[in-house]
Write a protein that binds this ligand. Structure first.
Ligand code: ZN
Length: 441
């Protein structure tokens, strides 16, 4: 006997409902209403936050904040405001569109329809499940395409940031699709196999698989996946070489090098980041950022990234992510046995793959309150990395580098405090600069 703990089709038919509901018919239950209420609440909260952001940026558009007077020209400030407004307006439309799509997939019967389509092909259990999952992800990506195109070729282009040609853009899309197929298909197959064959504790085994996969991806990303999209070269700055080496030695960072990425192939935005783990850990500068920074400022930015390494921020993030996925999968282990979970979300035929899909699609609606928590943790890490940079390098140099980045990336200096507290992974510009200013020796 199979030990898997899903509700079979027979149970569903003879269970709470007693009759087979026809395709696409509405089968709302109490859970449907809870889902609808949660979705409506999350959409309203996010629209309200976007409205606040638009107000805050509009009101302060005409005046450069005092802390940045003389550092950011009035024209650059207005450009940053207009850019922020364009992006926030697009995000509002996208939010409503995404919510309607989610309703279409669930209560509208989209997933049920896709499932029946693949079942008719007669491939059998796990293969059907993989086909449903991959095709659902592909359709979702296609439906998001208009927004991505508008963002890149209209908004980014209007503000002079877009450097992507349609050719590069579509080559990226094809590479992403192939990656999804190469990595996603075996992962989905393994997950569905575990759910079917490994007994009541399948969710624990699936968690182990997922954690192993995430660690592998984190390790492989800098060396294997990122180079599929960009070229990385070792940072070779003669002025800085000795200082960089001293800094690296002092904080015990052993790596093959500090890298420069050809970000200018796609975008005018500049950034730097710390990624990977073990021997594959790297600090990466965008070429666009390096062009505008002086040697001292590069050193300060590097010290900030080393602060993330020194304070073990990647490891902490991994632990939180793993705990989160363990709780999520344990919850799914219970939900998968509840007929109301499927029926309440528009699915008549229970199956492992539909339980997974419904869970992946619907859980963000219920976990919206975690967003500000995760943003808060992330901002705390940024402060810690800034403190490290101030101690090991120079707070004044880091402030100068940040101001250049704010100006060149057209980042708003006047975000709404609540909007920023809810979403921002980095402290808003004025708070961050004020914090660093207290470290000026
Ligand atoms: Zn950082």
């Amino acid at each position: 006997m199979r030990l898997c703990c899903i509700v079979t089709e027979a149970n569903l038919q003879a269970g709470f409902y007693g009759r087979r509901l026809s395709r696409g018919s509405c089968m709302m239950n109490a859970f449907s209403w809870i889902f609808l209420a949660a979705l409506a609440a999350s959409v309203m909260v996010r629209l309200w936050l976007a409205w606040r952001q638009i107000q805050s940026v509009t009101v302060h558009r005409g005046q450069v904040p005092e802390a940045f007077a003389g550092k950011i020209p009035a024209e650059a400030h207005r450009r940053a405001a207009d850019y922020t407004l364009s992006k926030t307006r697009q995000s509002r439309v996208e939010l409503v569109y995404d919510s309607l799509l989610l309703l279409g997939w669930t209560l509208g019967g989209g997933l049920q329809w896709l499932d029946e389509l693949w079942r008719a092909a007669g491939w059998g259990g796990i293969n059907t499940g993989v086909a449903v999952m991959l095709s659902a992800f592909a359709i979702m990506a296609l439906l998001e395409l208009p927004f991505s195109l508008y963002h890149t070729f209209v908004i980014e282009a209007r503000f002079g940031f877009n450097k992507t040609s349609p050719r590069t853009y579509f080559a990226d899309l094809i590479k992403q699709a192939l990656l999804l197929l190469a990595l996603g298909a075996p992962l989905a197959w393994a997950a569905l196999w575990l759910m079917q064959e490994s007994g009541t504790l399948w969710w624990l085994y699936l968690w182990l698989l997922w954690s192993g996969f995430s660690l592998l991806m984190l390790w492989a990303y800098p060396a294997v996946i990122a180079p599929l999209f960009n070229r990385f070269t070792v940072l070779d700055n003669k002025q800085l070489k000795q200082r960089i080496q001293t800094l690296l030695d002092r904080c015990g960072f052993r790596s093959k090098g500090i890298y420069v990425m050809d970000g200018s192939r796609r975008s005018g935005h500049g950034n730097a980041y710390f990624t990977g783990m073990g021997r594959n850990k790297r600090i990466v500068f965008f070429d666009t950022l390096l062009e505008s920074l002086e040697a001292d400022e590069i050193e300060a930015v590097l010290a900030h990234e080393l602060g993330h390494f020194k304070r073990k921020h990647v490891q902490k993030r991994i632990v939180v992510m793993m705990l989160g996925s363990l709780i999520g999968l344990a919850l799914l282990g219970w939900l998968i046995q509840q007929p109301w979970f499927y029926h309440g979300l528009g699915v008549t035929q229970a199956s492992n793959h539909l339980a997974l899909m419904l869970f992946l699609m619907v859980s963000p609606v219920f976990t919206l309150f975690l967003q500000p928590l995760s943003a808060w943790f992330s901002r705390r890490h940024e402060f810690e990395a800034d403190d490290y940079a101030a101690a090991q390098s120079s707070a004044a140099d880091l402030v100068r580098a940040l101001v250049k980045m704010y100006r060149e990336n057209a980042s708003t200096l006047t975000p709404d405090p609540l909007y920023s507290a809810f979403y921002d992974s980095h402290p808003p510009a004025p708070v961050r600069v004020a914090h660093l200013s207290t470290k000026l020796g």
